[in-house]
Design a protein. Structure first.
Ligand code: DOR
Ligand code: ZN
Ligand code: ZN
Length: 436
């Protein structure tokens, strides 16, 4: 492929914001400078646009294999590309469960054939798949559901958790909710059809208890721990003073932006996710923790269920909402509102996920790095709408939200995969590398 030269764009570089050019050759960033020579290059002149590294979404549920009516690696990766996401890490609660080397290999094979962007797959922990967890290679980590959620994955017995923390080589990522506390609360509120009871079943205390246990185990075994989707002020305050170097955490845009009873009244079970959306004080504390660096990065927890499934009454509706394609526009909107800088967005969504998961040559605009890029128009505005969503489930909890700051074009390993509504479906992403 001809080299591609981005000419006269705003570059978000690790050293600062610069006007200039960026040359892509053989899928890599070959050169960056104020004015690069134009010979032998396919030239992209997008004056006024900003070039940033592609977003790395470290937490999605693309439902492949097993639930193609909700999403597939093809449809999910397409939604990702439209949202400026060039790499994703997919969770193991697929069908069959991704709890063995074989099922991981199966998911990688589907992705190699169908994913538009780069991919990695977590292996799921069960009480009895230790050998698989020990022997699997090239995964971002081991996912432990300390409390049960969508699907049947669950490891809630302390001795099982100890064994996994003690004797596996990989990073451990946890869904931290205390199963026993959640079950006890559920029994008390049995039969409730009020979705506002969701955060009263899955309480801040249940999240804090599991988070504290995970941190204690990480400290005891000096284990690399990533706490998925932080949701409470209590956890943020705990981590502000108890976050050893081996521990990192993430937050989702929905937990930053959607809160309170009125929101639940408006969205009904569309707002039902695990761990839940909560009162406003939590969203405020999470934003502060992100700004302060207590929370390391953003993850979408894209967990699509169809509108039909979500229309079941509370108690029967599944938990989860889509989000892979709305995250970058929502964060750029916060940037435009003066709440953070574009460098913050790049650090939270590109640079840090690459660092946390030891993914080499990604997450920054640097010579020699992979050309995973997104061209954004920081001034473009639109209203998010269900019918415009690329995800198979065609809805967003942010339906009707005005956003400012949109991805215009997305490049994966130097290849255009998305531009202004069009997809280049012949391009395929690559398996991510995880350094050990
Ligand atoms: O709300 C959720 N949905 N939380 C999870 O932990 C799983 C996810 C899903 O897969 O639907
Ligand atoms: Zn989870
Ligand atoms: Zn999840």
């Amino acid at each position: 492929m001809d080299p591609t030269l981005f000419k006269g764009v705003t570059l978000i570089l690790p050293e600062g914001i610069r006007e200039g050019d960026l040359l892509v050759k053989d899928g890599k960033i070959a050169d960056i400078g104020p004015s690069l020579p134009e010979h032998a290059a396919h030239i992209i002149r997008d004056k006024g646009l900003t070039l940033m590294p592609g977003v790395i979404d470290p937490h999605v549920h693309f439902r492949d294999p097993g639930a193609p009516h909700k999403e597939t690696l093809a449809s999910g990766s397409k939604a990702a590309a439209s949202g400026g996401v060039t790499s994703f890490l997919d969770m193991p609660n697929t069908t069959p469960l991704a709890t063995t080397r074989d099922t991981i290999a199966q998911k990688k094979a589907i992705a190699a054939d169908t994913s538009l962007v780069n991919y990695g797959f977590f292996i799921g922990a069960t009480p009895d798949n230790l050998e698989e967890l020990q022997k699997v290679e090239q995964v971002p980590g081991i996912k432990i559901f300390m409390g049960s959620s969508t699907g049947s994955l669950l490891v809630d017995q302390p001795e099982d958790l100890e064994r996994i923390f003690k004797s596996t080589p990989h990073l451990v990522a946890v869904h931290a909710e205390d199963e026993a506390m959640v079950l006890a609360n559920k029994a008390k509120l049995e039969g409730s059809t009020d979705v506002w009871d969701h955060p009263r079943i899955r309480t801040p205390e249940a999240a804090l208890k599991a988070t504290k246990l995970a941190v204690a185990l990480a400290e005891k075994y000096n284990k690399r721990l990533h706490i998925c989707h932080l949701t409470t002020q209590e956890e943020a305050e705990f981590l502000a003073t108890h976050k050893p170097a081996c521990v990192t955490t993430e937050v989702s845009p929905q937990h930053l932006l959607l809160a309170g009873r009125a929101m639940y009244e408006r969205l009904g079970t569309l707002a039902q996710i695990n761990p839940p959306l909560r009162e406003e004080r939590h969203a405020e504390a999470l934003w502060k923790a992100l700004k302060a660096g207590v929370i390391d990065c953003i993850a979408t927890d894209h967990a699509p269920h169809t509108l039909e499934e979500k229309a079941r009454p509370f108690g029967k509706a599944p938990s989860g909402m889509p989000g892979v394609e709305t995250a970058l526009p929502l964060l750029l909107t916060l940037m435009n509102q003066g709440k953070c800088s574009i460098q913050d967005v790049v650090r939270w969504m590109c640079e840090t996920p690459a660092k946390l998961y030891n993914i080499p040559r990604k997450g920054a605009l640097k010579t020699g790095y992979d050309a995973d890029l997104v061209l954004v128009d920081l001034n473009a505005q639109k209203t998010l709408k269900n019918e415009n969503q690329i995800t198979k489930v065609k809805w967003t909890a942010f339906d009707g939200w005005p956003v400012k700051g949109l991805p215009i074009a997305t490049y994966v390993n130097g290849n255009p995969v998305f531009r202004e509504g069009d997809f280049f479906l012949e391009i395929k992403g690559q398996a991510l590398t995880f350094m050990v």
